[in-house]
Each structure stands twice: as structure tokens, then as C-alpha cells.
Write a protein that binds this ligand. Structure first.
Ligand code: UDP
Ligand code: MG
Length: 327
């Protein structure tokens, strides 16, 4: 028998009793179709991660798992949020498959893009990012805030793929290295590019949710952006130093002006000295805060214990992917 990669589709689910019965069969059908076309192994699976749902989600996952051999599920002890649910699924999958595709369970991401993702993997990519080509179906508000999110991330020094959420293919090889990123504040779309390895992109149209409601209102989106920026970048800290230097320069000009005014006798007694002290201290304080911040930022990054290097190939090791074997 010809060998093919084993694919695990990782699907986080939180309070999704409305949409899961509609989308679960779609995922199963997709994995069967990919297997029939010979792109992935017949032992591929759909892994549902129940993120501590308070409704019937876990029961639905168990029922689906009984009905379809391709379906399996894991349950988190409590709700930990989308990013952690995806991570739990990926870590569960990494030793049991060759490739993973993470996707939301609400049917918003076009599952047909998986074909192209697998093709790109077979062509050599280890990570394939699903990128939304259009957002017509999102409301104007969601679209504007979501695009503002990516711009803000970029401006703050957190590198992310524009309009890419958490729909992506990652090979088990990359996940093995990803497991070395020991941090607890997880922002997957910023961390995955840090691992390196050849990557590619697949464009797809994002549609509306099939049922149920979004768990990402503006408040959570801002929290996610803030978490992403602060866990990936210490740029906000350098901004304090830059601001301090700018403030000091302006302060210097103000001081010269105040002294000139005093010499011209245009001021009341005590004004010049007060202005000079305010300008001087303001600048010194901001610069000092920035310097302190730089050390705190470094300490913060050090505490993450991220791998300092990742080797992608060795001449004495077989280059082929391990699932390629003889007949
Ligand atoms: N989700 C999760 N845990 C949470 C919140 C959301 O696992 O605490 C899952 C949810 O079930 C869905 C995915 O994350 O599969 C994305 O959530 P949602 O569709 O509500 O976000 P949106 O697409 O509106 O940004
Ligand atoms: Mg959604």
C-alpha cells in the first residue's frame, strides 16, 4: 500500500451545540474525500477540542465519535479560551499524525481550502496559512475593527500574517519544535511564524457563521490584540524611551525660551525656575522609565525560555518526510 500523510483536523469548540451538528458531518465528509482522492491517509482524524463548554457540546462530540470512526474528541477541564484550546489539540495531535489543520467549528472558514493546503504541503511547505481574501460577509464594524487589529499589531512590532486567523496547516515536524515554546500567554498566529520552516498561503472567502453567536466581541478582540502585542514585542517599552527623548528635546527648547523671557523681564519671579524644573524632570523621568523598561522587557523575553535556534535539516538524516515509505 502506498503511504500517505496522516491528517488531523483540530477543531476548538466552546458552547457550540447549535452549529456543531451542522458542521461536524462536513469535516468528516472532507476528510473522507481527501482520503479517497489519495491525498491523505485513510487513518486521518477530525479532533474536536471541547473547551469547557457549558452546553451539550461535549455530548454532541461523543455522539459523533461513536457514529463516525474518523471523529475523536478531547475535553478540557474548564474553559481556557480559543488559543489554548487550539494548542491543546495541536499538542495532542503532534505525535500521532503528520499534518494538522486547525479550523473553527462554526463553518466560517471555507473547508474546501484544505485541499489546496494539503497540496502545498505535499509541494514542500511545512506551514500553510489560510488568509481571508474577502470579508464581505462580516459586518462593516467587524471588518473595520478586525483590519484595525492587524494594523495595530504590525505598528506595535508583533509580526502577523495579515488577515490570517487560526485556519492553518502545520506539519508535525514544526509542532515538535513549537512544543519548545514554553510560554503560557499564547498568541498562535504570532508564534507560529517564529518557528520558521518553509511556509505558503492559501486564500479563501470567509462566510457568515452557520449558526450560534461569535465569542469574539470587540472587548475580547482588543484583549487578544493586547495579549499578542505584549507577548511578542517589547516595542511599547522602547516607545517610552523614544517619547522621553522627544520630551527632553522639547523641554530644552522650552527652557531656553523661559530663560529668554526672564532676561527680557517679561515674567514674574519664580516662573522660569519652575518651568525649567518641570521640563528637566519630565524628560529625565521618562528616559529613566524607558531604560528600566528595557531591562524589564529583556527579563520578560528571557523568562519565556524560547528556543534560541531550530535546526531544520541535517546531512546525515534522511530528507524525506517520514510517512513516505516503500510499497
Ligand atoms: N472558542 C473556544 N473557546 C473560547 C471561545 C471560542 O474554543 O473560549 C472556539 C469557538 O468554538 C470557535 C472558535 O473558537 O470554534 C472561534 O470562535 P468564534 O467563531 O466565536 O470567533 P469569531 O469567528 O467570531 O472571531
Ligand atoms: Mg467564527
Amino acid at each position: 500500500m502506498e503511504a500517505r500523510p496522516v491528517l488531523w483536523i483540530v477543531v476548538p469548540c466552546y458552547n457550540e451545540e447549535k452549529v456543531l451538528p451542522m458542521t461536524a458531518p462536513l469535516f468528516i465528509r472532507k476528510i473522507r474525500q481527501l482520503a479517497e482522492e489519495g491525498k491523505v491517509s485513510a487513518s486521518s482524524r477530525v479532533l474536536f477540542v471541547n473547551d469547557g463548554s457549558k452546553d451539550r457540546t461535549w455530548e454532541i462530540i461523543r455522539e459523533t465519535a461513536e457514529e463516525y470512526p474518523e471523529c475523536i474528541g478531547i475535553c478540557q477541564s474548564r474553559n481556557r479560551g480559543h488559543q489554548n484550546a487550539v494548542l491543546a489539540g495541536l499538542m495532542e495531535a503532534k505525535d500521532r499524525c503528520d499534518i494538522t489543520i486547525s479550523i473553527d467549528c462554526d463553518g466560517q472558514d471555507d473547508i474546501n481550502a484544505m485541499d489546496e493546503m494539503v497540496d502545498k504541503y505535499l509541494a514542500g511547505a511545512e506551514i500553510v496559512y489560510g488568509v481571508r481574501s474577502r470579508r464581505d460577509t462580516d459586518t462593516w464594524f467587524k471588518r473595520t475593527t478586525a483590519e484595525g487589529f492587524y494594523r495595530l499589531m504590525k505598528a506595535m512590532g508583533a509580526e502577523v500574517v495579515f488577515n490570517h486567523a487560526d485556519y492553518r496547516l502545520i506539519s508535525a515536524k514544526v509542532l515538535q519544535h513549537f512544543a519548545d515554546f514554553g510560554e503560557v500567554n499564547i498568541f498562535l498566529r504570532g508564534m507560529v511564524p517564529l518557528v520558521g520552516f518553509p511556509s505558503d498561503t492559501v486564500y479563501y472567502d470567509r462566510t457568515a457563521r452557520l449558526a450560534g453567536e461569535s465569542h469574539y466581541p470587540l472587548r475580547k478582540m482588543i484583549a487578544l490584540a493586547f495579549n499578542g502585542i505584549t507577548s511578542l514585542s517589547v516595542k511599547p517599552i522602547s516607545m517610552i524611551s523614544t517619547f522621553g527623548i522627544g520630551f527632553s528635546l522639547v523641554g530644552l527648547i522650552l527652557m531656553i525660551w523661559a530663560v529668554v523671557e526672564a532676561c527680557l523681564g517679561k515674567t514674574v519671579a519664580g516662573w522660569t525656575s519652575t518651568i525649567c524644573i518641570i521640563c528637566l524632570l519630565g524628560g529625565i523621568q521618562l528616559i529613566s522609565l524607558g531604560v528600566l523598561g528595557q531591562y524589564i522587557g529583556k527579563t520578560y523575553l528571557e523568562t519565556k525560555h524560547r528556543p534560541r535556534y531550530i535546526i531544520s535539516a541535517r546531512t546525515w538524516e534522511k530528507e524525506e518526510r517520514h510517512w513516505i515509505e516503500e510499497e
